[in-house]
Structure formats: C-alpha cells, structure tokens
Ligand binder design. Structure first.
Ligand code: G6Q
Length: 541
C-alpha cells in the first residue's frame, strides 16, 4: 500500500456511512422487517454450500450500497489480488501472506521470490500423507515394536489452537482407537495430565513450532523428551518424536532427524497454519483423504472470495458488517455461537484469528487510528450459552453482534435432540431481533411492577450461517470464511492483519524475570515496587 493512501475517515464512503449511521441507529429491526416482507430472502445468500442470512442486521439496502462503496474506495479488490498473487502485503515483516497457497491445487502456480511455491506445498502434503498412513496402519512402530496409539501435539498459539479445534470439530471422522492430546501451556499440569495415563511405548510426540524456539513449546518438548527417554532410552527419540517447523537447525539440535521434520514457510502466519504441516496431528486423526477434503473446502471458499462479486461475496459481506458494528456502532465484541458441540473450540480458535490479526492501533503507514478496529471475539456452543451469558446479549446495555452457526444434519441423530438444538438457534435469533414489547409482556398478565424487567428491546443484530453437515470440507470452508472476513476488515481499516508484535513482546518479557525467580541467592530487583514485591513473595515460598 502506498504512503499516499487517503486516510479511511476521509473517504467519501466512510463519511457517507457516518451520516447514514445517524439515520439508521434508532431504526428497529421490527420496522425493517415490517417494511419489507421479502427481507429474509433479500438479505440472504446461498453459495459455496452455505446459507448465509444477514437480514437480522441493522442495515438497509442503502447501508450495503455504502459499505460496498467503502470496500471499493479502500482498494479491497487490489488487496485481495495482491494476497493471492503472493505480494509481500505483510509489510512490517516484509512477507507474503499465502495461506491460500496451502490449499492451492497441484497445477496452480503462485510465485514468491521467483519460485512457484505450490509444488513445495504438495511435496510436504505428500510426505505428511505417507507418514500418517504409516502410523495409522501400524507400519510405523514405537521403539519396543508396539503400535502408536497416542499422539500428543506440543505447540502453542497458532501451533496449537488450529490443531485442537480441528481435532475436536472432526472427531466424528477420526480414528477412535487412537488418543489425541494437545499440550500447549507451560504450566506443567498440562503435560502431566496429558501423559498421566499413557504408555510411552505407544506415544508419538509431534513438536509443532514454526520457530522451534518458543519458550513454552521447547520447555514442554524437553519434558516430553525426558519422559520418553526415561521409559525407553535415548534411542526412543527417533521413533517417538517428529517435528513441524521452518527451523531445521533447531530441530536437529533437539535431536529429531530432519527426515522426520515437516516444513512450512515464512509466508504462513501461525494463526493461518492449521492447513499446513501444523495440521499433521489433524491428518493423523482423520487420515490424508479427509484432510484433503478439508483443503478442498478451504479452496472452494478461497475461490469464492477471489471471484464472487462483492455484493454476493460471503467473507466480504461478513467483514463489512463487522466494520459497520465496530467502527460505527462502537460494538466492542462479537459472539460466536456454534450450535454444534463438535465446534466447542471454534470460538477460541477465532479469537486468535481475529484478535491477533486485527487488534492493531496504527495503520500500515504507522499512523494512529481514530476509529475502532478489531472487536473481541468470544463465545460458547449453543445451547449452553443460553443458560448463562445470553442474558446480557438479550437485556444488557451493550450491543453484541452474534454469529449463529448451525448444521441441518447431525452426526449423532438421537431422538429429537437435533430438532431441539436447531429450534433453539432459530428462536434465539428471532428473539434477539424482535424482542418483546411492554404491551406483549402486559398481555401475558405480567404485574405492572415487573413489566420493565421482562421487556426485551430486541434490535440485537445476528448473522446466521447454515450448512448441511459438519464435515472436513465444511470445516475448511468455515475457517476460510472467517479468514477472509478478517482480511476484509483489516483491508478496510488499513492495518497489517498479519503481524503480531504484541505476541513477540510476550515472548521476550518472561525471559527477563525467569532468572530472578529461579536464582538461589536473592537477586537485585529493579522493577517497579509492585513487580518487585510479587517476585519476593513468590521466592519466599
Ligand atoms: C500466530 C502467532 C503465535 C504463534 C505462537 C507459536 O500467528 O504468531 O500464536 O503461532 O507464538 O509460535 P511457534 O510456532 O514459532 O512456536
């Protein structure tokens, strides 16, 4: 992006949206639906296997027209093309942003620094498939000749959240005679509990770290090494450890043969890496074929994002709506509400994807930002959330746009469970939009003094995303939908969605205090009085 870029707030479309917001902010969804009996159809799109209903948003056709103008004036099209072309759009790290290359078909060509990266992607995928097949078929044995029955992924952040989320989401498609666990926290409890009931002879560790230097992951990896060596001897490393990394030197130093290392590239951001070699544990769980259908799902959404006109483009519309609420309504959070137990880790996954990408306070040019950027993502699967935090969404004082995600069919048809689940989803979006007026409450015979308490204002915006079934392919589409929605938001906000200097800071800070906590003799502490006292309190005990 050139340094001559017009500041966002000076774009005509932005200013038009500000004026438009003043007009629409007090218009109720009840009114909008009453004015247009076709609204539910008009503001919904069926494509890429999704039914996306965005009619219960505080928008009119004029809002969408202005948001689409904003996309045009912000150069969204050029940004999308630049990403798919392999341009170094992550300017603060001077890197291309090419998670889309991870799912590109074999015959596609994407050039980075003069090299077509697609063949490299497929080489790694083929090696992963070979390895996964050997482990799953029992050809790859542990040190004492036993089959591998347990896989433990050790990684953190982007090297953990995707693998855990995908494993949970695709459990139905996974090997039920194998155990999959994920150790991320440097808190020893994580490792201790994950290995407590496992036999080292049957356990394979996948050490997943792009840099292979992350403190938490390396601490856990060394603990795993000791655990395995204690049970099986030094030779165990060869059969019980594989690595996923971009850093072959560090992998070799750790003692893992680089023949058992699966690589990726600096143009894959951690939070965009679940479909790279970081997905090795996913492939071990669901097998290469399902992994490949997951990649096809990603790819279908990539193609849609790249080619569909913006007014029918799911990630673009979702991204624009998110900008609408964050920057104009001042909404600070978004609730992700999957009505599927298998997606229980999906909100946590999106939390990193969205918040690490768009939690930025300066533009690409380093200028301070005057508008609100990335919202807080949070959520829980329905219907559990209905019995806890939905209260605040319905009747609190904050505006919380919600994404409801549902599936028409379930992997576990039990009596009428699924109908009940889906009825809840539909009724929640209805209640949030339309609420309950004082008259309606009174007509139910509510005593006057309780009427106000029982009123639901409504006008709470929601998106509903429906699809047929949760399969590997659908999961790929769903993740890519959010990846590109996050991209769209970042492009509008003129920020670098692909760096993470805030995370880098955390990686350095603890290293300073660690020796002060560990040293036998009392260290000279030079922090503020609070930090000094906390360290002294801990040391004493
Ligand atoms: C992701 C972030 C961060 C990263 C972890 C792990 O986008 O950069 O979450 O994935 O800090 O890093 P390593 O894979 O290098 O261990």
């Amino acid at each position: 992006m050139s340094s001559a870029i017009t500041p966002l707030t000076q774009l005509p479309a932005w200013q038009a949206l500000e004026a438009h917001y003043q007009k629409i902010k007090s218009v109720h969804l009840r009114q909008l639906f009453a004015d247009d009996p076709q609204r539910g159809r008009r503001f919904s799109i069926e494509d890429v296997g999704f039914y996306f209903d965005y009619s219960k948003n505080r928008i009119t056709e004029e809002t969408i027209r202005l948001l689409l103008n904003l996309a045009d004036e912000s150069g969204l099209r050029e940004r999308i093309d630049a990403m798919f072309r392999g341009d170094k759009i992550n300017t603060t790290e001077n890197r291309a942003v090419l998670h889309v290359a991870l799912r590109a078909p074999r015959d596609q060509s994407i050039i980075v620094d003069g090299t077509n990266v697609v063949p490299q992607v497929h080489d790694v995928l083929d090696r992963m498939a070979g390895f996964a097949d050997r482990v799953r078929s029992g050809q790859w044995l542990g040190q004492t000749g036993k089959r591998i029955r347990n896989v433990i992924n050790i990684g953190i952040g982007g090297s953990d959240l995707g693998p855990v989320m995908a494993y949970e989401a695709l459990r139905h498609f996974s090997r039920r005679d194998m155990t999959f666990r994920f150790v991320s926290n440097v808190d020893g409890t994580d490792f201790a509990e994950a290995t407590n009931d496992l036999n080292a002879e049957e356990t394979l560790f996948v050490i997943s770290s792009k840099t292979f230097t992350t403190l938490e992951t390396m601490t856990n990896a060394h603990t795993a090494r000791r655990w395995a060596v204690q049970a099986l001897g030094e030779k165990a490393i060869a059969r019980h450890f594989v690595a996923v990394s971009t850093n072959s030197d560090e992998v070799a130093k750790f003692g893992i043969d680089t023949a058992n290392m699966f690589g990726f590239w600096d143009w894959v951001g951690g939070r965009y890496s679940m479909d790279s070699a970081i997905g090795l544990s996913t492939m071990l769980a669901i097998g290469p074929e399902y992994f490949s259908s997951m990649l096809s799902g990603f790819q279908a959404m990539d193609e849609h994002f790249q080619t569909a006109p913006f007014q029918r483009n799911l990630p673009v519309l979702m991204g624009l709506l998110s900008v609408w609420y964050s920057s104009f309504f001042g909404a600070q959070t978004v609730a992700i509400l999957p009505y599927d137990q298998y997606l229980k880790r999906f909100p946590a996954y999106l939390q990193q994807l969205a918040m690490e990408s768009n939690g930025k306070h300066v533009t690409l040019n380093g200028q301070s930002i005057s508008y609100q950027t990335g919202p807080i993502f949070w959520g829980e699967p329905g219907t559990n959330g209905q019995h806890s935090f939905y209260q605040l969404i319905h009747q609190g004082t904050m505006l919380i746009p919600c994404d409801f995600i549902g599936f028409c069919q379930t992997a576990n048809p039990l009596g009428s469970h699924h109908d009940i689940l889906m009825a809840n989803l539909f009724s929640q979006t209805e209640a949030l939009a339309f609420g309950k007026t004082a008259d309606e409450v009174r007509s139910e015979g509510t005593p006057d003094r309780l009427v106000a308490h029982r009123v639901f204002e409504g006008n709470r915006p929601t998106n509903t995303i429906l699809t047929e079934r949760l399969t590997p392919e659908t999961l790929g589409k769903l993740v890519a939908l959010y990846e590109h929605s996050v991209f769209t938001q970042g492009a509008i906000w003129q920020i670098d969605s692909f760096d993470q200097w805030g995370v880098e800071l955390g990686k350095q800070l603890a290293m300073k205090i660690l020796p002060e906590v560990k040293l036998a003799e009392d260290p000279e502490l030079r922090h503020d009085s609070s930090t000094n006292a906390l360290i002294r309190h801990y040391r004493k005990r």
